[in-house]
Design a protein around this ligand. Structure first.
Ligand code: ADP
Ligand code: MG
Length: 229
């Protein structure tokens, strides 16, 4: 019980920090973007200067996206609800993660049940599964297989992400999702699973994690479906 209290205190601190950062950093970003736009509007600009301004704006846009997707977990606002075709979105995520998988000879195998649909925010869905699949890949530095399965039972879609990686001890498993909890030193943020838990909660889903040290980990998700019509 005490652990839970500490966990939620920490979570609260991170939520505050996340909200503060997104607020404090978003304003100067917007302002810097405005100045680049003013440069772009000037006449007689050289091609180089125009290109630099363009790059500057694109980079600031990217920074804004990171803040939105990574730091507004504080209050997972699911404002843009749409029909998500689970397999299609998972494939999109896999195309983003393929280079990372290739780096450590990880193969990703998918078994999709074709009609998996759910109602939710696509961006959050991406954020959630990028974080989980990234962990699965990172758990196998010397290669292995990540298996992704989707199934629909009655009014639920299930998504399973299975790896054959280093696995976790019982203690590690208990700390999963705790802010800043990471065993990856400087390479980890320890925010990935926390984001996952808060998105799953906001999507009224459930997550179960099974893990065995040296054997691998399975993250099992259940989300309520919505019919297409
Ligand atoms: P990060 O990946 O930045 O360390 P996460 O919140 O994504 O932070 O994960 C927290 C920790 O949980 C990881 O550092 C790792 O110890 C453990 N973990 C998460 N997913 C897995 C997995 N698939 N296999 C083994 N350990 C995992
Ligand atoms: Mg991670």
């Amino acid at each position: 019980l005490r652990d839970i209290a500490i966990k939620s205190k920490k979570l609260e601190a991170v939520e505050h920090m996340g909200a503060a950062i997104s607020h404090e950093v978003r304003n100067p970003l917007t302002s810097a973007k405005g100045f680049f736009q003013l440069i772009q509007e000037q006449e007689n600009l050289s091609d180089k200067t125009r290109e630099y301004a363009f790059i500057g704006i694109s980079e600031l846009n990217q920074a804004e996206r990171v803040i939105k997707d990574y730091l507004t977990f504080s209050k997972p606002t699911l404002n843009k609800m749409e029909q998500i075709e689970v397999s299609k979105e998972l494939d999109l995520i896999l195309s983003i993660l393929q280079p990372l998988a290739n780096q450590s000879s990880v193969e990703i195998v998918t078994y999709y049940e074709d009609k998996g649909m759910l109602l939710g925010d696509r961006t959050k869905f991406h954020q959630c599964f990028i974080n989980v699949i990234k962990n699965a890949i990172e758990s196998m530095p010397n290669g292995g297989i990540v298996t992704i399965r989707t199934n629909t039972f009655e009014k639920n879609v299930s998504i399973m992400i299975e790896d054959e990686g280093i696995g976790m001890t019982k203690e590690q498993l208990e700390r999963l999702g705790e802010p800043y909890y990471s065993t990856k030193d400087y390479k980890g943020t320890g925010l990935g699973m926390m984001v996952v838990y808060s998105i799953v909660k906001a999507m009224k889903g459930q997550i179960k994690v099974h893990s065995e040290l040296g054997m691998g980990t399975t993250c099992e998700f259940h989300f309520p479906t919505e019919n297409k019509n």
